[in-house]
Design a binder for this molecule. Structure first.
Ligand SMILES: *[C@@H]1O[C@H](CO)[C@@H](O)[C@H](O)[C@H]1NC(C)=O
Ligand SMILES: *[C@@H]1O[C@H](CO)[C@@H](O)[C@H](O)[C@H]1NC(C)=O
Ligand SMILES: *[C@@H]1O[C@H](CO)[C@@H](O)[C@H](O)[C@H]1NC(C)=O
Ligand SMILES: *[C@@H]1O[C@H](CO)[C@@H](O)[C@H](O)[C@H]1NC(C)=O
Ligand SMILES: *[C@@H]1O[C@H](CO)[C@@H](O)[C@H](O)[C@H]1NC(C)=O
Length: 573
């Protein structure tokens, strides 16, 4: 019984909506009151969308109660209120569609007039700014809920800006006849419905801005007549399922912005044959997976942004056709490894952002084709090891960010190949060790961060090949201020101007040296105690008078020390 009622209901709704789509007039929609016999006495009533909606929702509630009670009996579901069946959802959606159509049909439309000087004069005397010189019309930030009907629009208008108003929909004839329009800005409104044929005359349109609205759906034919479109921005909407052929008839798109929607699936058909596409922004969606074929043949692509999605799996050949790609942003996803194939062929890539993922494994040849790479971001991952030879071919790299990973040791050949590197971020790891020669290839390094690690010492000469170093950040390490930290102490003293933001390195220990600035400690502060203990001689030696000789080495120091023992012994004799 329930099912039959639903079918009846669906049929009823279908009839309503079918009736509505047939209406082409710009007048208020006139209802055929046979369908509303209950509330109407005669055959010429006019109802507005709200009235219809109220009527419909009352009807639906009644029917829903029937259905729910049937279902309840049928499924033994105790609470009908919380029970959301797919059929209920479908009903609600259908009603919303009808509501949307009604609202759009009710929207007023401005008047399209001839291109004469006279009409342009009338346009300029209207409520919005109309400029005959640039053939543009701007009704920006005017708090409009619906189009100003008194406004005339000359039919050779080239640019219309209706952004930052309160439009929730438009009548399908709003832009009818504007065959020369090049730019249309409908952004920053509250649009939640676009009639499928709203743009059907806009054959010349180059730029369409729809960002920052409330669009949940787009009909697959919405953009079909926009054959010359270069740029489409539908970012900051609520789109989840895009019709696969949404852009199928616009083959001149250069920029597609779908950022900040709720897109779950990136279908291989969506961008098929977008042969001149250069800039694709799909950031801040809910994409889980990048399947093979989605970017096939898109050889013009220069920038891709997939940041802030939930991507954990990327097909190995996903980027393989993108020989001209310059910027690939995969920041903030769930990627756990970078295979040998993934970045193959990306010979033009300049920026690669893989930061804030879960990467713990990178194939040693993963970057070998990236000969033009200048900026590599791998921060906030789970790397503990740089595979041998990873950077051998990445000679152009200028900036390498490895902060917040799990590195404990920098091995001597880790940075092999990075001869042009200027900026290296290794902060917020758990670095304890840096092998000799770790920084040797980095003759052009200017900025280095090794702060917030577990470093106690730097090996002798660690920075000696960094001839171009300008700024280094060393703080938040447990520097252990004995003789082994002497190299660092002297380096800091000599190059104190190179401390990044003036941040100083502070000793963690030993003993009373904890809390002292490494760069203020001298040879005898750092080494004296150690030598004394080595020679089992205590207490501390009275060598303060030799403080001036700050660059003493162990040999010199030892000589002085022996001299001191000798003279004091002789004197006491
Ligand atoms: C016919 O409908 C109109 C509009 O709803 C109403 O004003 C009018 O009173 C109706 N006529 C009769 C005879 O009921
Ligand atoms: C896409 O839109 C977002 C939000 O409107 C904006 O921040 C971003 O810069 C745009 N991307 C491109 C490539 O224009
Ligand atoms: C990091 O990688 C290690 C293995 O290399 C793994 O055991 C650990 O679970 C990973 N941590 C995260 C947060 O992914
Ligand atoms: C870092 O690596 C160690 C093993 O070396 C592992 O136990 C730990 O979970 C890793 N940390 C993170 C945040 O993955
Ligand atoms: C120690 O310094 C002295 C004098 O400056 C120098 O002659 C000697 O070669 C140095 N020894 C070492 C091992 O560096």
């Amino acid at each position: 019984m329930g099912v039959r009622r639903i079918l009846v209901l669906k049929l009823l709704l279908f009839l309503f909506s079918y009736g509505l789509t047939d209406q082409t007039s710009r007048e208020r929609y006139e209802f055929d009151d046979n369908k509303y016999a209950k509330s109407q006495q005669n055959n010429s009533c006019k109802l507005n969308a709200c009235e219809v909606l109220n009527y419909l929702s009352k009807q639906l509630l009644t029917v829903k109660a029937f259905i729910d009670s049937d279902f309840e009996r049928w499924l033994k579901v105790s609470s009908a209120d919380t029970f959301i069946s797919p059929i209920n959802v479908a009903m609600v959606n259908r009603v919303r569609q009808i509501e949307n159509r009604l609202r759009s049909i009710e929207q007023p439309v401005w008047r399209l007039v001839s291109a004469s000087q006279n009409e342009w004069n009338r346009c300029t005397s209207g409520i919005c700014r109309c400029s005959p010189e640039t053939k543009s019309f701007t009704c920006w930030n005017a708090n409009f809920v619906s189009l100003p009907v008194s406004q005339v629009i000359p039919m050779n208008m080239e640019s219309i800006d209706l952004s930052r108003n309160q439009f929730s929909t438009f009548h399908k004839d709003t832009f009818r006849g504007l065959t020369l329009l090049k730019e249309l800005d409908l952004s920053n409104n509250i649009l939640n419905f676009i009639p499928a044929n709203l743009f059907q005359d806009l054959d010349s349109l180059l730029q369409l801005r729809l960002q920052n609205n409330n669009l949940e759906n787009l009909d697959s034919v919405t953009f079909w007549k926009l054959r010359n479109l270069n740029l489409i921005d539908v970012s900051k909407n609520l789109l989840s399922d895009l019709p696969t052929n949404l852009f199928g008839h616009s083959q001149r798109l250069i920029v597609i912005n779908l950022s900040q929607n709720k897109i779950l699936h990136f279908s291989p058909e969506l961008l098929r044959d977008q042969l001149v596409l250069e800039d694709l922004d799909l950031s801040r969606n809910e994409i889980l997976e990048l399947k093979s074929g989605c970017l096939k043949n898109l050889k013009s692509l220069k920038m891709i942004d997939f940041s802030f999605n939930f991507i954990s799996s990327i097909s190995d050949d996903f980027f393989s056709d993108l020989k001209n790609l310059r910027s690939l942003i995969l920041h903030n996803n769930r990627i756990s490894s970078v295979s040998k194939e993934l970045l193959k062929n990306l010979k033009s890539l300049i920026t690669l952002d893989l930061s804030t993922n879960r990467i713990s494994k990178i194939d040693e040849n993963a970057f070998s084709d990236l000969k033009k790479l200048r900026e590599l971001l791998l921060g906030q991952n789970n790397l503990s090891d740089i595979p041998d030879g990873l950077f051998n071919n990445v000679n152009s790299l200028i900036s390498l960010n490895l902060f917040s990973n799990n590195f404990t040791t920098i091995e001597s050949n880790d940075f092999q190949g990075l001869i042009n590197l200027e900026k290296l971020m290794l902060n917020n790891n758990i670095l304890k060790n840096m092998e000799d020669d770790a920084f040797t290839p980095l003759g052009n390094l200017e900025k280095l961060r090794i702060d917030s690690n577990k470093l106690q010492y730097l090996q002798n000469g660690a920075f000696s090949s960094l001839k171009k170093l300008v700024a280094v950040k060393l703080d938040k390490n447990p520097w252990h201020c004995d003789c082994k930290v002497l190299y660092l102490a002297r380096w800091i003293r000599e190059f104190s101007g190179k401390l990044w933001d003036g941040q100083v390195a502070v000793c963690r220990g030993p003993g009373s040296l904890g809390g002292h600035e490494v760069g203020l400690l001298r040879y005898d502060d750092l080494c004296e105690g150690q030598w004394a203990s080595m020679l089992s001689l205590s207490p501390r030696l009275p060598l303060r008078k030799h403080r001036i000789m700050t660059h003493m080495n162990y040999t010199t120091y030892f000589d002085l020390y022996l001299k001191h023992i000798y003279t004091t012994t002789i004197r006491s004799d």
